[in-house]
Design a protein around this ligand. Sequence first.
Ligand SMILES: O=C(O)CCC(=O)C(=O)O
Length: 283
Amino acid sequence: MPQDAIQHFREKGFVTIPKVLVDLEVEFYRELLKDAIKERKQSDNRQLSEKSLYEQSFIQCQNLWEDYPEIRGLAFNQKITKLAADLLGVDALRIWHDQALVKEKGGRKTDIHHDQPYWPIKEHATITAWIPFDKITPKNGQLGFYPGSHKTPKRNFIDIFSGEVSKEDINKISAIKDIEPEYQLLNAGDISFHHGLTFHEAKPNLSNEDRLVYTVIFFADGSTRDSDRFHFSVDRPGIEPGQAIASDVTPLAYPLKEIPPAPKTPIQESFNFLQKSGLLPKT
Ligand SMILES: O=C(O)CCC(=O)C(=O)O
């Protein structure tokens, strides 16, 4: 890892590392992901216009690593996890969750937000690897970051789930005041990393192709749950506020002795509707 990439990440809260995956890996995982998403979303026949505004930003399938053993090779890829650990400056990482984010052709923008408030993790050593399987241009859902916004430790919960985020709400975010987003050009194989506190957004997909992206979120081993805000990654294994977040739902991702098996912790019945929607694993 070049030192200037670490410097860039620490200063700006994001960085793109070029050519992490070779062409063969890109082709292999692209096909696996497409099949997995098709299977997860097989009962969803809605047109884009029939979906909620949030769902018009992307099709979302979480914890694919559980259902699809071959996708574990990507979620726990040691080239990626080592980069993530070095950028955060930590010795060991756990996976929080993975997800496919397909911005469909014609899909709307992804509203501005930062991620950490969605996660009940007390510490701030969190990072997302955003892995595109298409070339990312200004026309197909390009990701943009607000440089330095991760340095403000305040967590602003932005509700991107229930409709367009209003100008009024955006104006309240002091961490992005007078800052313009920096949009990222990426080729398939390149990986964009962002800190959990970095504000970001993505442009609409004005192209004729769906934009296929897979992301994996990691957090420093030893992190603890800070609140009872619901999250599948801690509520499924019953981790209470104050406890270390360590279970087979969020296994060690770096360093890795061997790729972990699917979690044994069962998925409670209350998650049935999210399983049926294809968001969560089947078993
Ligand atoms: O891919 C997108 O449109 C948004 C990605 C995002 O918000 C994230 O990975 O945190």
